[in-house]
Write a protein of this length. Structure first.
Length: 236
């Protein structure tokens, strides 16, 4: 944990980092797109949107991963170098782009909204990112199949932000962990119920170490670690 904190979390990311430059270019193109999408929202909904007809630029601005969070996510995935990743919540593919690490990682990503995942496919294809397997499915319908037959090095939770759903998907994904698996929960301070979800998750008997970075909640299952909880705030 000390090495991870010093060499990853506290390490300032290089502005010339290849994945960071790719992310910035990708988001720049999304922010220029004023076309609208009819979005199907299976989660808690958004305080930024009054209806489900949304501009692509606004989705990227308000629902897409911020640059600060992107830098942190890049540092984490480049530190651990996962070979296989499961992502719950594709949206327009900003975090998907980071997770696949320029085709170094196989990413399975799930998104319930057909229009947003189709747009993500189009954009990601222009960057020749072909290590991504897309599922346009509701989490409840596809997770049992995926978690029954696969193991993942990293699972990124950024979909339904309701407490009941978050805990359900956490427990379902326990079926596909190994000793090295890392769970990353986005928006753990989004709402009271997300904070409650996070508290329950980090106390689970299989969890060895949890780290609260404010932006993300990190969960480790390594049996060689003593159960501990850390709160770490770092600059990007």
């Amino acid at each position: 944990m000390y090495k991870f904190t010093v060499n990853c979390l506290a390490h300032k990311i290089d502005s010339q980092n290849a994945v960071l430059k790719l992310y910035k270019n990708y988001k720049f193109n999304l922010l220029k797109n004023n076309n609208t999408l009819q979005v199907t929202d299976f989660g808690k909904g958004s305080k930024h949107f009054k209806n489900n007809k949304r501009k692509i630029c606004d989705i990227a601005k308000y629902a897409g991963i911020s640059t600060k969070k992107a830098k942190l996510l890049i540092k984490i995935v480049e530190y651990f170098e996962p070979k296989t990743v499961l992502e719950l919540g594709t949206s327009l593919g900003l975090s998907t782009l980071i997770l696949c690490r320029q085709n170094k990682t196989e990413v399975t990503t799930i998104e319930g909204c057909k229009n947003t995942i189709n747009k993500a496919k189009v954009y990601l294809d222009t960057y020749k990112l072909n290590s991504i397997l897309f599922y346009n499915k509701n989490f409840d319908s596809i997770l049992p199949k995926i978690t029954a037959n696969s193991k993942f090095d990293l699972i990124y939770f950024d979909g339904n932000h309701k407490k009941k759903a978050t805990l359900k998907y956490f427990n379902k994904c326990l079926n596909c962990i190994n000793n090295e698996t890392l769970f990353i929960f986005d928006d753990i301070y989004l709402s009271k119920e997300m904070q409650e979800s996070w508290q329950e998750i980090r106390k689970h008997k299989l969890v060895s170490v949890s780290i609260d970075t404010f932006y993300y909640g990190l969960i480790f299952f390594r049996k060689e670690l003593t159960k501990q909880h850390f709160i770490i705030r770092t600059k990007s």
